[in-house]
Design a protein around this ligand. Sequence first.
Ligand SMILES: Nc1ncnc2c1ncn2[C@@H]1O[C@H](COP(=O)(O)OP(=O)(O)OP(=O)(O)O)[C@@H](O)[C@H]1O
Length: 360
Amino acid sequence: MSAGIDLENVCCDFGSFRAVDNANVSVRPGEFFSFLGPSGCGKTTILRMVSGFIEPTQGVIRIGGQDVKGKRPNQRPTALIFQNLALFPLMPIWENITFGLEVRGVDKATRRKKAEELLTLVDLPGAGDKMVSQLSGGQKQRVAIARALAVEPQVMLLDEPLSALDLKLRQHMRAELRAIQKRTGVTFIYITHDQGEALAMSDRVGVMSQGRIQQIADPRDIYNNPVNGFVAAFVGENNVFSGEVQNPAGGMAAFATPHGTFRARLGASAGGKGVKLYVRPEHTRLSQTRADENSIPVTISEVSFEGNFISILAISETGAKLAAEIRNDGQATVPGMGAKMFMSFDAERAAILPDANVRG
Ligand SMILES: Nc1ncnc2c1ncn2[C@@H]1O[C@H](COP(=O)(O)OP(=O)(O)OP(=O)(O)O)[C@@H](O)[C@H]1O
């Protein structure tokens, strides 16, 4: 069984500091939902409110449609997994996994059987008699997940559970976690500051900054259609140009910058001042001749071969550093250092966006 979670106008204050500011989100039953944002943006506070360790200062949290106000963590159908797994070193794995069931008085034979089922689910069949010290970091993580699933939660809350693992293992565990979530159908709420993790695993992502949810969308939309400058700059790379909107019409506008006037898509509520132009490096082109529109004369200053792409740093005539990327299809021409070129981009691939949604 899985449950949906609704946050309605949820705020959390610590003294005079508002850590979560008017959060509204409906996580669907069986969904893998991530909160993504930099350190201190309020992700953990949201998780702690859902799990019942702290109460919202304002607003309502519903789990499976029920208002959970006043319910203690052990009265909620949630299980929490931290980066620090807190496995018991002196217990074999199977006992670690079914500890919660023992506390509830479940007999040993039933617990043993349940442990084997869960070990198979997390792809560690037969590991029940091993001790924690005999497992790798990734295997320990899977045991922690099995232990959380043993009490049959309707919602799993995961607080940066992969951040202690090395890069390769982290990438492997992303796929594992996603597969476990799909196999069980349990709702997962995952918090991370790692955009790669959030984009790779989630059905939807809520991007946060300074206590506010900036955008909730599926990973593609977050990346391709960020609603504001914070989301655009936090998720992936961008070249950012300051300037002024001119002649907005039909969702497009001219944008006057010190590098020239460019045409670009006009994001929602981006008509006024305090807006910037965002262009991803992979949406730029470098050529010997000036393109018809959105073309900036540059000098190539760094070329870095990254395997599947070539990363290029170019300097504009005004001294701005601009990033470009060339996909390595095996035949790509790599510009030389110091080469004078033009960087251009399509108007449809450039977005004029407002700054972040922050407290005024
Ligand atoms: N108990 C507390 N008392 C006072 N301030 C707190 C408390 N807990 C969190 N905060 C503050 O609330 C803000 C949000 O904290 P939170 O732990 O939710 O951030 P986070 O996005 O999870 O960050 P991180 O990724 O570093 O864990 C931070 O500025 C933090 O200092």
